[in-house]
Structures are given as C-alpha cells and as structure tokens.
Design a protein around this ligand. Structure first.
Ligand code: UDP
Length: 237
C-alpha cells in the first residue's frame, strides 16, 4: 500500500461529479465508485472529511436567473447538497466505511447538526464526516464551505476532484493546446482567474495555508495515488 503523505484531508466533490453521464441527478454507480475511492484513502490511515456540492440538482444562481429570489434559490441549493450527502453516506456505509453527515442547516431527523468538536471526534475515530448544506448561508458556494470546513478541521490538504488531471490555462476539453500546470500559487489562480474554485475559497485556503490539490476523480485509484504524492495533479500553495 502506498505511504500516505497527509494525515487529515477534505475532499470537495461537486454535485456534477455524482451525475456521471446523466443530465441531472445522481448516478448510483458513480456514487459507489466515489465511495470506493474514499475507502482506499481511509485504508491508508488518512482521516477524510468531505463537502459535496449540489449543482446536479439545483443551483441558486440558475433559480435566481429564472426569477426566484436569490436567497430562497440558494436555500434550495443547500438542500440539494443534503440529498447528495445522504447518497454518498449510503454508498460509503455499503462499502464498510463508518460515516456521519453533519448539516449546516439543522435537520435533526435526517442527520446531525454541524458541531465542530463532534466532527473532530468522529474523524479521530476514523469516520468519514460529510458536511452538508454548504456554509448554511445564501450567497456562498460549496467551494467556500469546503475551504471553511478544511480550516476548522485543521486539514493538511484540500482535494478538489474534477474531470481532468489538474489545472489548465483553459478548458482542455475545448481548447486543444491548453497548458497544464503542476504547481501554482494561490495568487496565480486569483490573478489569472483560473477556474479552480471561487475566489473566496482560494483566499480562505491561502489565509490558512491549506494546499489545494486538483486531481481527476475519473481515474480508478486516483485519490489514493494523489494522497501518496503519485499520479498527476496540480498543487496550489
Ligand atoms: N449554496 C449556498 N450556500 C453555501 C453553499 C451552497 O447558498 O454555503 C447553494 C448555492 O445556491 C449553490 C448550491 O447551493 O448554487 C449548490 O452548491 P454549489 O453550486 O457550490 O455546488 P457544486 O457546483 O459544487 O455542485
């Protein structure tokens, strides 16, 4: 088994990562593959927590564009992340990994409320804590929630799972000669407006000195490889 380079990490999975080839919603096969990826990192002895997006179900900004009040639409988006968190929890438990979902919007009969010290304790016991409902506030994104929770939980890295193996100068699926970067600084990302995470997430990670590792979740075993410092990824420090 490859040796772990990190002790505690936060994985940010976008809602779209759970969609697979579908246009909307959750593909159970994809979710169970994600669970296998997470399990292999847990098996390396790394403590893992996760923030899951909601874009596969509802995005506040799209709701607002079609005439809803932005804050209301954002609350709907946050509720969407809870559904995704439950789907990932279910798949992880099936794979034999103990989990807890903690929601920033209290929902007592569905999951635990977010309590930092409790989350800390779960992680020490080897449970995967899935943080749902983003930050609990409208006008934010789950990227910012990821940077916030990674800071609160003292994570030594934040992993951004994408469809490509790192950060490129342009979308490599559209621009043939897009340049791939192995290493970037937070300021590079901000000043060149590289589409990694939103600016508030990058700033928070920068302030708290949490490296961001961007890697492809499409490759089997990719998450564990990155955790061992192998494979392809972009590191932002
Ligand atoms: N959201 C929010 N506050 C938060 C996190 C998320 O209002 O702290 C809402 C927002 O409407 C967002 C939606 O939840 O569009 C889904 O999250 P996001 O777009 O970040 O999901 P992803 O792109 O990662 O799938």
């Amino acid at each position: 088994m490859p040796e772990a380079r990190y002790k505690r990490v936060l994985l940010k999975l976008s809602g779209e990562a759970l969609m697979g080839e579908r246009e909307y919603g959750i593909d159970p096969n994809v979710v169970s593959r994600m669970a296998t990826e997470i399990k292999s990192v847990i098996d390396m002895g790394i403590e893992v927590c996760a923030v899951i997006g909601g874009g596969n179900i509802f995005r506040g900004i799209s709701g607002a564009a079609s005439g809803m009040e932005r804050a209301t639409a954002d609350y709907m988006g946050m509720l969407a992340t809870v559904m995704n968190a439950l789907a990932v929890q279910n798949a992880l438990e099936k794979a034999g990994v103990e989990t807890r979902v903690q929601s920033a919007i209290p929902m007592d009969s569905v999951c635990e409320p977010y309590i930092r010290r409790k989350a800390e304790r779960h992680m020490e016991k080897g449970r995967v804590v899935i943080f749902a409902a983003g930050t609990g506030n409208p006008f934010f994104t789950t990227d910012t929630a990821a940077a916030l929770r990674a800071s609160e939980m003292g994570c030594d890295a934040m992993l951004k799972a994408t469809k490509v193996d790192g950060v490129y100068s342009a979308d490599p699926k559209k621009v043939k000669d897009a340049i791939r970067y192995d290493r970037l600084t937070y300021l590079d990302v901000l000043s060149r407006d590289l589409q990694v995470m939103d600016a508030s997430a990058i700033s928070l990670a920068r302030e708290n000195k949490i490296p961001i590792l961007v890697f492809s979740i499409q490759k089997d075993g990719g998450f564990a490889e990155v955790m061992a410092g192998q494979g392809k990824f972009t590191i932002i420090t």
